[in-house]
Design a protein around this ligand. Structure first.
Ligand code: XIL
Length: 359
């Protein structure tokens, strides 16, 4: 035995011991999802994997103290104001900005060490009426002024912006709205450049729904992202809203789809997750819902550049679903009484703990 081989053997014995210890550790972490969830919040589980687990919030829920104690109690390390950063609230009258409520929500998140996502700057919906009434030759200046003012106001506090929300139709064509009608699809590059100039350190996202799996809409987003990057437009990430429903099946290609965007050099994130069901709730629908939550979180965890998962509020008490999808509901991990649903919560915890698989 030469002096060179001895240390090597020792090292391999050491490594074997270390690997065995790691395996034991991994088993301890992965198996008891419920005890993991009892010991620590979802935020801590996500943070241990370098991700965040976040939620949207809004009024009236912020006046509900039982709600806010959960919101700020360690389950979430990322917050998205669900409405108050939208144009109808921030610039209801041209040139008159009101950030009071948005400031309150953003500061609440920061005070509890949550990263704050800015949702959203340019969107066809929840737009102030005056924007749609503008002559088309004034739309670009109004959009740029809106973006510059809002992004500058939150500079250093909002880590990522949904600069453009929902730019596509289901077939992958650009949605016709006041912005695309006035500027063509170039409004997207213009919006991103304007936001970047206002806060060069903010991560700039495009965000949409029904792009979780591959298909015409997701392909359109992919082609747009690729072309923007090729032109040097400041785009940092793609947000996949994740408004799923048990009756429509799970987008099975989700992990691979996230990965193809990540392969372009972009961050990806699940930005508005909820899994609704036709009411009444049944054990069978609950089981499908659990599976979907598990699949979404696992898809994110499988992609290194998936920065985190955000639920679109955390309790059925304040979900947008019943109002927008009549007859459907029960979409979130906490129920109407602010009680944690163990079947959903534990499946999320389990997926956050699991060792990543490669896609
Ligand atoms: C929803 C809010 O949760 C509701 O309170 C509001 O009335 C309508 O908008 N996609 C989005 C979000 O990007 O902004 C939407 O939020 C849900 C769908």
């Amino acid at each position: 035995m030469t002096p060179r081989t001895r240390p090597r053997r020792r090292r391999s014995a050491l490594l074997a011991g270390f690997a065995a210890a790691l395996t034991g550790l991994a088993t301890a972490v992965v198996l008891p999802a419920s005890s993991a969830s009892a010991a620590t919040g979802l935020a801590a589980l996500a943070a241990a994997k370098g991700r965040f687990f976040g939620t949207a919030t809004d009024q009236p829920e912020l006046s509900d103290t039982q709600y806010t104690s959960i919101l700020t109690g360690g389950e979430f390390n990322q917050l998205t104001p669900g409405n108050r950063l939208k144009w109808q609230f921030t610039e209801p009258v041209q040139g008159q900005f009101d950030f009071a409520e948005a400031d309150r929500e953003v500061n609440l998140g920061l005070a509890h060490r949550m990263k704050v996502r800015g949702h959203t700057l340019v969107w066809h919906s929840q737009l102030a009426g005056w924007v749609t009434a503008l002559p088309s030759d004034q739309v670009q200046a109004a959009m740029e002024h809106h973006i510059t003012t809002e992004v500058s106001h939150f500079k250093g506090r909002v880590f990522a912006w949904d600069v453009v929300n929902e730019p596509f139709n289901e077939d992958g064509t650009f949605r016709a709205d006041v912005f695309s009608n006035a500027m063509g699809s170039g409004y997207i590059a213009d919006a991103l450049r304007t936001a970047h100039a206002a806060d060069p350190r903010a991560k700039l996202y495009l965000n949409d729904y029904n792009i979780e799996g591959t298909g015409p809409k997701s392909d359109a987003m992919y082609n747009l992202a690729k072309s923007l990057l090729a032109q040097g437009v400041p785009l940092n990430g793609i947000g996949f809203q994740g408004h799923l429903a048990v009756q429509y099946g799970f987008p099975a290609t989700m992990a691979a789809n996230l990965q193809r965007f990540a392969d372009l050099g972009l961050d990806v994130g699940i930005t508005e997750l909820d899994v609704r069901m036709p009411l009444p709730e049944t054990a069978e629908k609950d089981a499908t819902q659990d599976l979907y939550y598990h699949n979404v979180v696992s898809a994110c965890m499988a992609v290194r550049r998936c920065v985190g998962v955000t639920v679109w509020d955390f309790t059925d008490k304040y979900s947008w679903i019943p109002a927008f999808f009549p007859g459907q509901g029960a979409p979130l991990p906490w129920d109407e009484n602010l009680v944690k649903k163990p079947h959903v919560y534990d499946t999320i915890a389990d997926a956050l703990c699991a060792r990543p698989t490669t896609t």
